[in-house]
Design a protein around this ligand. Structure first.
Ligand code: 7TS
Length: 421
């Protein structure tokens, strides 16, 4: 039932990117009669065979609802779901698996906290501190909470080179915010924020913290206890797992004190016509039939990443990003946004002359088979901060090669030629 992954050979040598690529069936397909070069992993990653297989095995051999059946396959499904929770907990070094709530994605995890924790802890006049580099997922739920409660929002600004202005943060902390919610890594600039420091300072000022780890958990070793984070939100589909899988980590004292987010089956202990009592963590937050196959797939993704070693994953992407920055900057007229390679993950946003990023993405797709993202990347306030309507964005993962970056650069040169007429 459990598919193995060959993360390293018996001598412990990290697997080469060529070996890793063999685990991803989609990477052998062609687009426009060219090999697919997938450089949009920050939006959603590809999935290895072991993840696809784990979900298939569930559907083919023990598909059943969980937590209620007293027959064998339901018990197997329940055990597999809960095993996946334990895997996710270990992956981010959570103390207990009950601190992992399965959700559909980062957005749902953040909304859960905004409604449940925010509903009882945020009052009129309270301050919530966010940053200018947030994805809409870590902005809009707090805007909605502010509208409901009368709370205030303030923002840590971003410097010209894509770093958070921590001097301004220190000033904001003097106003004693109730919550500091920020992204660990920007999906536009690639900036890796000093999460441990930001969290420690927030705690000194008496604030609770929420870390949007949508771009960090897939790419860096993340230790929630080391960070002392209160809430951590991430998506399975960005870390080799299935669409519709995600998680919320929370400190037990906070999760236990929170009311349910949604009501329904699974999340109750007892129900009478007029009132109910709640199930234990984490099921209190998991109303209705869960996405069982997706959770099992996420567990398999975590196995795969753990097999590779997150230090190895992070090193590969750091090296690749340094290479990409150097190669891309050799293209005349190309502007890269965000900090230098040491302070960023594998995300490179750029513009080329005055070619519209959407046109650029179409040309790269058709001419060289490169898939990149173009647009505001769900971070409109950040775009506004840099006076941009859109950028093109290339993003990398465990299966990205230097050759693929060379193909991207070749495509950029072609685009320049096409637009010079
Ligand atoms: N936070 C960050 C930092 C993200 O990059 C994303 C998705 C989200 C939250 C939301 O994740 P979801 O799984 O709930 O959608 N980022 C992107 C992106 O950069 N392109 O497409 C989705």
């Amino acid at each position: 039932m459990v598919t193995t992954n060959r993360s390293s050979d018996t001598a412990g040598r990290p697997r080469s990117v060529e070996e890793i690529r063999e685990d991803f069936p989609i990477l052998s397909r062609r687009v426009h009669d060219k090999p697919l070069v997938y450089l949009d992993s920050a939006a959603s990653s590809q999935k290895p065979q072991s993840v696809i297989e784990a979900m298939n095995v569930y559907y083919q051999t023990y598909n059943a609802n969980v937590h209620r059946g007293v027959y064998q396959i339901s018990e197997e499904a329940t055990a597999a779901l809960e095993r996946a929770r334990v895997k996710v907990a270990r992956f981010i070094n959570a103390r207990q698996s009950k601190q992992i709530v399965f959700t559909r994605n980062t957005s749902e995890s953040i909304n859960l906290v905004a409604y449940s924790w925010g509903g009882v802890n945020i009052q009129a006049g309270d301050l919530i501190v966010l940053t200018e580099m947030e994805h809409h997922s870590n902005l809009v739920p707090w805007q909605l909470l502010a509208q409901r409660s009368g709370a205030r929002l303030e923002f840590i600004p971003v410097s010209d080179d894509g770093l958070l202005r921590l001097d301004v943060y220190e000033e904001l902390l003097r106003q004693r915010p109730k919550l500091v919610a920020f992204t660990h890594m920007s999906n536009v600039l690639g900036t890796i924020n000093p999460a441990q420091q930001i969290i420690a300072q927030a705690h000194e000022a008496g604030a609770v913290t929420l870390l949007d780890a949508a771009q960090s958990v897939p790419h860096l070793p993340v230790d929630v206890q080391g960070l002392d984070a209160d809430f951590v939100c991430f998506s399975g589909h960005k870390m080799l797992g299935p669409m519709g899988s995600g998680a919320l980590y929370g400190k037990k004292v906070l999760l236990e004190a929170m009311p349910p987010f949604m009501g329904g089956g699974e999340m109750i202990r007892t129900v009478s016509l007029r009132e109910s009592s709640w199930n234990d963590l984490p099921w209190k937050f998991e109303a209705g039939t869960p996405a069982v196959a997706e959770a099992i797939g996420l567990g398999a993704a975590v196995d795969y990443l753990s097999g590779l070693g997150m230090e190895h994953v992070a090193r590969h992407e750091r090296e690749l990003t340094a290479y990409a920055l150097e190669r891309m900057r050799s293209v005349p007229g190309l502007t890269v946004y965000g900090p230098e390679a040491e302070q960023r993950g594998g995300v490179v946003s750029f513009t080329l002359d005055d070619i519209h990023p959407h046109d650029l993405a179409s040309i790269l797709d058709q001419e060289v088979g490169v898939a990149i993202r173009a647009g505001h990347h769900c971070a409109q306030p950040l775009m506004e901060r840099y006076g941009l309507a859109a950028t093109a964005r290339a993003s990398f993962y465990v299966y990205t090669t230097r050759d693929e970056i060379d193909v991207l650069v070749e495509g950029l040169r072609k685009a320049k030629q096409i637009f010079s007429f």
